[in-house]
Design a protein around this ligand. Structure first.
Ligand code: GDP
Ligand code: MG
Length: 266
């Protein structure tokens, strides 16, 4: 008998411990055991719920269309929703509609077209920024060279916002109007914006520290001591080319496949 026990020990050094553990578990009151399991389950469920509520992913379902006036936000809005060409008017109020992403999950986002006028811009942004899951920043690629400073200033305002920086919604920079021959490529627009934002960052932080040294709720853009790159931002950033008008003529389908693909991945 003693011989076999010795053999087992040499085969599996943990056997005695396992045996002791089993004995202990058997000796325990089953009620206590169930109690421990239930307590563990409660802890796990609480953690999952807390994570859900704290990150707030459940409520952020808005996709905002922002950008300068005449960049094509309203036309993109209509194209994403219906795919048909319509003449647009300068939008005075915001309009929103449910957008069904082209993915298997069938995710539905609330697409919101914000007016581009300077006077209304910040007011609407205040209203929707905390609900943003993604921001489509529309750029008119055809006259980008002329607008680069304005575009950069708008982007700077968005990216240094405390709420946006914390929530980190995906930023899709839609380089629109690619059907126009002079349109700049997404790559060039990205490079120029990085350069321009780098300059803006220097002038803005100099202006701020000259005032009173406080940053007033806005965050520093990118990494300190490094030239600005979009890769330094807390959110995912994609530059894509599109054309809300499409190829030739008004009956042509819009060229917004890239944008739709990115929206499907949100
Ligand atoms: N050629 C061309 N024109 C466009 C494109 N997207 C919009 N537009 C035109 O640009 C103008 C402004 O568009 P709109 O959607 O009202 O811009 P919003 O002010 O940003 O809402 C309209 O005349 C559109 O037809 C595009 O991809 N290509
Ligand atoms: Mg509009």
């Amino acid at each position: 008998m003693g011989q076999t026990a010795d053999d087992e020990v040499t085969e599996n050094p943990f056997a005695p411990y396992m045996e002791a553990l089993r004995q202990q578990v058997e000796d325990q009151d089953p009620v206590l055991l169930i109690g421990v399991v239930v307590a563990l389950a409660v802890v796990v469920i609480t953690c999952v719920f807390l994570k859900y509520f704290l990150t707030g992913k459940t409520v952020r379902s808005a996709v905002l269309l922002v950008g300068l006036c005449e960049s094509g936000k309203t036309l993109l809005f209509i194209r994403l929703l219906s795919g048909r060409f319509k003449k647009t008017q300068t939008s005075i109020t915001d309009s929103s509609a449910p957008y069904k992403a082209k993915n298997d999950r069938g995710s539905t986002w609330t697409l919101i077209d914000l007016p581009g006028h300077d006077s209304l811009r910040s007011q609407y942004l205040e209203k929707f920024k905390s609900a943003a899951r993604a921001i489509i920043f529309v750029v008119d690629s055809a006259i980008f060279q002329k607008e680069v400073r304005d575009v950069a200033e708008f982007l700077y305002m968005l990216l240094t916002d405390a709420v946006i920086s914390r929530n980190a919604p995906t930023l899709l920079v839609a380089c629109n109007k690619q059907d126009i021959a002079m349109a700049k490529s997404a790559k060039l627009i990205q490079q120029q914006l990085e350069k321009e934002l780098n300059t803006l960052r220097v002038t803005r932080s100099a202006a701020l520290s000259a005032q009173d040294g406080s940053v007033g709720g806005s965050v520093y853009l990118g990494k300190k001591g490094k030239d600005f790159e979009f890769g330094q931002l807390p959110m995912r950033v994609e530059f894509l080319e599109c054309s809300a008008r499409g190829g030739k003529g008004e009956e042509e389908a819009a060229d917004i496949d890239g944008l739709e693909k990115s929206l499907a991945k949100l």
